[in-house]
Design a protein around this ligand. Structure first.
Ligand SMILES: Cc1cc2nc3c(=O)[nH]c(=O)nc-3n(C[C@H](O)[C@H](O)[C@H](O)COP(=O)(O)OP(=O)(O)OC[C@H]3O[C@@H](n4cnc5c(N)ncnc54)[C@H](O)[C@@H]3O)c2cc1C
Ligand SMILES: *[C@@H]1O[C@H](CO)[C@@H](O)[C@H](O)[C@H]1NC(C)=O
Ligand SMILES: *[C@@H]1O[C@H](CO)[C@@H](O)[C@H](O)[C@H]1NC(C)=O
Ligand SMILES: *[C@@H]1O[C@H](CO)[C@@H](O)[C@H](O)[C@H]1NC(C)=O
Ligand SMILES: *[C@@H]1O[C@H](CO)[C@@H](O)[C@H](O)[C@H]1NC(C)=O
Ligand SMILES: *[C@@H]1O[C@H](CO)[C@@H](O)[C@H](O)[C@H]1NC(C)=O
Ligand SMILES: *[C@@H]1O[C@H](CO)[C@@H](O)[C@H](O)[C@H]1NC(C)=O
Length: 602
C-alpha cells in the first residue's frame, strides 16, 4: 500500500485533532470521521469547552433506521442493553416492561457468582461502577430500573467482522465505545454511561502448536487464544495437550486472558519463573480504531505489537486473538500459612508476624516463588506460596527462615505443605474461587526489591495503616524480572525490579452521596496511598489493579515507557475511539456531568 502522510491541524473548522498518519496508510481515518469527532462541542458555565461523544438527544445521534442497518451488519447481534436485575423491576426507565419473577430469582441466586456475571452481556462484577443501579434486590418491586452507568446498546460479537462493524459504527457516529470481555475490571473500565458496548466474550477459540514458526526467535510451544477465553478455561485446555502445557495467567479462574489482563501486563503464579503475561506474547490479531484488521508481531507493525504488550486495555486496538508461549508443565509444591484471631488477638504480635512474612519477599522471588495472600486486621491468609518446579522439601527450604523467625518471636500460626505432580494440579487444588458483587474502590502499590531491602518494616507499617483506614489488602509476591529473560514491551520497566504488589480495596456503597464518595477516594489516594508511596519510593503502580486518582499516573503505571506510548496512541487512535480511564493519551478526557458524558477538554 502506498505510504501516506496526512496532517490535519486547524484545517477543520474546530482544529481539535492533530492527525499525523505515517507509513502504512493502513490506519488512515476518513475526513468525515475526523469532522464528527469534533462536532459535539459543549461550553460549560465559566467558559470551559469540551468536544463530547454523541448521546441520545444530540442532533447527530443515529436515528432508528441507522441502528437497524447497523444491526444487520452485526448479524442481528445488537441488543438494547438490559441491566442484570431489570427482571426484578416493573420497567426499565419506565419504557421497557422487564418484570419476570423466574428470571429475577435466577439473577438473585447468581449475583455473587463470577462466571454467571461474566457470561451476562453487560454485567459488571463491581456494582460501584454501574452506580449500584438496578440491583436484583429492589426495596420495592414496583420501582423502576434505571441504567446508571450501564451502556445503552450491546453487540455480542460473534465474528471478527462484527467487531469491525461495531468499531466503524462507533467511530462514524462519535459514540462512546466500551469493550467488554468479562466485566472484571476493578476500575470500572468495561461499563460506561450512554455507551455502545462491544462484547468480545464469545471468542472462545484456542489452538495449540508444539513448535511456533512465526516471526521472532521462539521455537517452543504456543497457543492462539481468542479474546473471550478465561483463566481456568485456558489452563484446562493447555493441560489437555500432550505433553501438558502451562501458560502465564492470573490466579483468578474467571479473569479474561486476552482482554484487559494481557494489555495491562498480567501477573500470575508463573510470572516469577517465566515473566509477565505480556512477556509471553508472540503475535496479536486486532481491529484498529480506523476499522482495519491488523496482525502485530515482531515482523508486522512492530510498534503496535510493542504497545499492545502491556500498554493499556482498550487503548490501541480491539483484540481478536493473541498468540502466546506455552511451557511443559512441571512438578510443583505449595505452602499454606494462616495467622489469625484463632492464633492470637494481640495486634502487635500479629503485625510482627505479618512483617516477618512480607520482609522476606526478596528471598521468595529470588528463589522463583509466587505468593498470594489476603490481609485484614487479625487475618493473614497465605494461600499459597507457590514453588513451581520445586519439591515440598525444596520449597520448605526457601520458606524456612520465615518459620524460624515466627518461632523465635513467639508468633503463633498454622501451616500446611502440599506436593503436586504438576503445576496444573496445584492451581486447581489450592487457588480459591472468588465472588463478585462487593462495592469498592481500589488503590495499589508495587514494591521493588530495593524497597523491600531498604524499607520492609516501613512498608509493613504502611500496609497496616491502610488496613486501619478500612482497606482489605490482596497481596501478590511476584518477581517477573528475576527468572525470565527480558522482553522489550510496554509494561512499566519497574516490573523487572518488582518483589511484591498489593491491591488495597476500600468498601464504598454506590449509593453514597457524592461528597462521601469523594472523601472515600481521598482516603484511598492521599491518606492510605500516600503512606504506601512514601514507604516505597522506588516502587510503581499497576494499571489493572490501581487507583483511578493515582498522582502522576502516566509515570506510576508506565514509567519511562510513557512518552512512546503516548506517541503510539496518537498514531493509532488519534480520535479517541477507544477510551479507558488512566490509559495513554487520556489526560484531556473526562466524564463530565457527574460521570456521564465522555468529553475531550479543549
Ligand atoms: C478477582 C480478580 C482477580 C484478578 N487477578 C489478577 C491477577 O492474578 N493478575 C493480574 O494481572 N490481574 C488480575 N486481575 C485484574 C485483571 O487483570 C483486570 O481486571 C483486567 O482488566 C480484566 O480483564 P477482562 O478482559 O477480564 O475484563 P473486562 O472488565 O471485560 O475488561 C477490562 C479492560 O479491558 C478492555 N478490554 C476487554 N476486552 C478487550 C479486547 N478484546 N480488546 C481490547 N480491550 C479489551 C476493556 O475495555 C476494559 O478496559 C484480577 C481481577 C479480579 C477482579
Ligand atoms: C437486531 O436484530 C435482531 C434479529 O433480527 C433482533 O432480535 C434485535 O432486537 C435487533 N436489535 C435491536 C436493537 O433492534
Ligand atoms: C449515581 O449515583 C449518585 C449518588 O452517588 C447520584 O447522585 C447520581 O445521580 C447517579 N447517576 C446516575 C447516572 O445514575
Ligand atoms: C526445573 O528444575 C530443574 C532441576 O533443578 C532445572 O534443571 C530446570 O532448568 C528447571 N526448569 C525450569 C523451567 O526452570
Ligand atoms: C484461621 O486459621 C485457621 C487455621 O489455623 C483456618 O482454618 C481458618 O480458616 C482461619 N480463619 C480465617 C478467618 O481465615
Ligand atoms: C444504600 O445501600 C445500602 C446497601 O445496599 C442500603 O443498606 C442502604 O439503605 C442504602 N442507602 C440509601 C440512602 O439508599
Ligand atoms: C522508608 O519509609 C519511610 C516512611 O514512609 C520514608 O520516609 C523513607 O523515605 C523510606 N526510606 C527508604 C530508604 O525507602
Amino acid at each position: 500500500m502506498k505510504s501516506k502522510i496526512l496532517i490535519i491541524f486547524g484545517a477543520l473548522s474546530s482544529g481539535l485533532f492533530s492527525i499525523s498518519l505515517a507509513q502504512d496508510g493502513d490506519i488512515s481515518f476518513a475526513e468525515s470521521d475526523i469532522a464528527v469527532a469534533s462536532s459535539n462541542i459543549i461550553t460549560k458555565p465559566g467558559g470551559q469547552k469540551y468536544a463530547c461523544k454523541t448521546y441520545p438527544g444530540d442532533k447527530s445521534y443515529p436515528v432508528a433506521s441507522a441502528w437497524a442497518h447497523f444491526n444487520e451488519t452485526v448479524g442481528g447481534n445488537l441488543q438494547v442493553a438490559i441491566p442484570p436485575g431489570a427482571e426484578c423491576y416493573q420497567t426499565l426507565d419506565g419504557v421497557i416492561q422487564t418484570f419476570d419473577a423466574a428470571k429475577c430469582a435466577e439473577v438473585r441466586a447468581n449475583w455473587a457468582d463470577e462466571q454467571w456475571n461474566t457470561d451476562h452481556p453487560i454485567s459488571n462484577l463491581w456494582p460501584y461502577w454501574t452506580n449500584g443501579t438496578c440491583t436484583p434486590f429492589p426495596a420495592d418491586s414496583s420501582s423502576t430500573c434505571t441504567r446508571g452507568f450501564y451502556g445503552d446498546y450491546v453487540v455480542t460479537a460473534k465474528t471478527r467482522a462484527h467487531i469491525k462493524s461495531t468499531i466503524d459504527f462507533a467511530r462514524r457516529n462519535n459514540l462512546r465505545l466500551i469493550i467488554r470481555n468479562t466485566g472484571h475490571d476493578f476500575m470500572g473500565r468495561s461499563t460506561g454511561w450512554g455507551s455502545l458496548i462491544l462484547n468480545t466474550h464469545s471468542f472462545k477459540d484456542v489452538t495449540f502448536t508444539k513448535k511456533y514458526t512465526g516471526p521472532g526467535t521462539w521455537r517452543g510451544g504456543a497457543a492462539t487464544v481468542g479474546a473471550g477465553i478465561q483463566g481456568r478455561e485456558l489452563a484446562r485446555l493447555a493441560n489437555k495437550q500432550s505433553p501438558p502445557q502451562v501458560i502465564v495467567m492470573g490466579e483468578c479462574p474467571t479473569v479474561g486472558f486476552a482482554g484487559g489482563f494481557i494489555q495491562g501486563g498480567g501477573h500470575g503464579p508463573l510470572a516469577t519463573l517465566y515473566g509477565m503475561a505480556a512477556d509471553q506474547v508472540l503475535s496479536v490479531d486486532v481491529v484498529t480504531a480506523s476499522g482495519k484488521f491488523v496482525t502485530a508481531n515482531a515482523a508486522s507493525n512492530p510498534d503496535l505489537f510493542w504497545a499492545l504488550k502491556g500498554g493499556g486495555p482498550s487503548t490501541f486496538a480491539a483484540l481478536i486473538s493473541v498468540t502466546v508461549k506455552t511451557y511443559n508443565d512441571l512438578p510443583s509444591a505449595a505452602v499454606i500459612l494462616n495467622i489469625n484471631f484463632t492464633h492470637t488477638t494481640d495486634l502487635d504480635v500479629y503485625w510482627k508476624g505479618v512483617d516477618a512474612f512480607h520482609s522476606l519477599a526478596n528471598r521468595y522471588v529470588e528463589n522463583g516463588l509466587f505468593v498470594y495472600y489476603e490481609l485484614l486486621p487479625l487475618r493473614l491468609h497465605v494461600q499459597p506460596f507457590v514453588g513451581p518446579n520445586k519439591t515440598a522439601a525444596e520449597l520448605g527450604a526457601v520458606v524456612k527462615p520465615l518459620f524460624d523467625k515466627l518461632d523465635a518471636e513467639g508468633v503463633p500460626y498454622s501451616t500446611e505443605t502440599k506436593e503436586f505432580k504438576a503445576y496444573f494440579d496445584l492451581y486447581i487444588d489450592v487457588f480459591e474461587d472468588e465472588t463478585s458483587g462487593s462495592p469498592a474502590i481500589t488503590g495499589g502499590r508495587l514494591y521493588t526489591r530495593k524497597d523491600i531491602a531498604e524499607n520492609a518494616t516501613a512498608i509493613n507499617d504502611a500496609q497496616r495503616f491502610s488496613i486501619e483506614q478500612g482497606a482489605f489488602i490482596v497481596g501478590h509476591i511476584v518477581g517477573p524480572g528475576t527468572g525470565a529473560p527480558k522482553v522489550d514491551n510496554a509494561i512499566n520497566p519497574k516490573w523487572r525490579e518488582a518483589a511484591s504488589f498489593s491491591i488495597t480495596s476500600f468498601t464504598v456503597q454506590p449509593n453514597a452521596t457524592l461528597a462521601e464518595k469523594a472523601e472515600a477516594q481521598r482516603v484511598v489516594t492521599h491518606v492510605a496511598g500516600q503512606k504506601l508511596r512514601e514507604a516505597s519510593p522506588n516502587g510503581a503502580a499497576y494499571v489493572n489493579e490501581g487507583d483511578l486518582e493515582e498522582p502522576n499516573w502516566q509515570h506510576a503505571y508506565w514509567g519511562t515507557n510513557y512518552p512512546r506510548l503516548l506517541k503510539l496512541k496518537k498514531k493509532y487512535d488519534p480520535l479517541g475511539v477507544f477510551y479507558a480511564r488512566t490509559t495513554p493519551g487520556t489526560e484531556d478526557w473526562e466524564t463530565i456531568d457527574f460521570g456521564t458524558k465522555l468529553c475531550k477538554k479543549l
